[in-house]
Design a protein around this ligand. Structure first.
Ligand SMILES: [Zn+2]
Length: 216
């Protein structure tokens, strides 16, 4: 069932590792099939090197397991809550990438200090302020979805980012971009106070990139 989507989810997992966004079995990748609404999500606590596409589970929007026999990710309810509130989102990635997570530890948003952040993410990365060590509850999932709002990334305090996309490639782009921006911001602090793009510049940058960059 949905083998292509499950293979794509696994491939994104491998790319997350290649980009240095995760270590060991950390992180979660999840995609919604736009036609059926079914969701492919990585199994809990497995390294991507050890996974095959059969270890990417298929569930419906009520979390019923339809394919695969692994234990499901603990992030599943969080992702289902976001999917329900954001029909334009079809992919979600959670990582523990170190520079983005550094901002989560001090509960500060990752600022828009590069046009690339404006182009790809379209705004700063806000922080879900509640620190939660699990088991999680619906109030926490709602806080995450509300913090994400209509944006494409948020950061869980003392934990790490959740990135969204209209598809898996966009969600990966957002994950890589916020990590690079957070790293750049850290370096820039040694040189001076980095310029922060205005709201108008961020909006213009995002709209321009959506309309003019890429092959579609
Ligand atoms: Zn995590």
């Amino acid at each position: 069932m949905l083998q292509n989507l499950r293979e794509e989810v696994l491939e994104i997992g491998h790319q997350m590792k290649a980009y240095g966004l995760i270590a060991q079995a950390g992180g979660t990748v999840c995609a919604r099939d736009p036609e059926s609404g079914l969701i492919a999500i990585t199994a809990s606590g497995m390294s991507y090197e050890d996974m095959t596409w059969q270890d990417v589970l298929i569930i419906d929007q009520e979390k019923n397991l339809l394919a695969g026999d692994r234990r499901i990710s603990v992030a599943t309810d969080m992702f289902l809550t976001i999917f329900k509130k954001r029909p334009d989102v079809n992919a979600l990635i959670h990582t523990h990438s170190r520079y983005a997570t550094a901002y989560a530890t001090v509960k500060k948003p990752i600022p828009v200090i590069t046009t690339t952040q404006g182009n790809i993410v379209g705004g700063e990365v806000p922080v879900v302020q509640t620190v939660h060590v699990g088991p999680y509850d619906q109030a926490f999932y709602d806080e995450i979805a509300d913090t994400l709002g209509s944006g494409w990334a948020c950061n869980l305090a003392a934990h790490g980012p959740i990135c969204a996309g209209t598809d898996l490639n966009m969600a990966l782009d957002v994950s890589v971009t916020i990590e690079v921006t957070a790293h750049t911001a850290w370096i820039a602090k040694f040189l001076g106070e980095p310029y922060q793009l205005t709201k108008e510049e961020i909006q213009g940058s995002f709209q321009y990139c959506q309309a003019a960059v890429g092959q579609n």
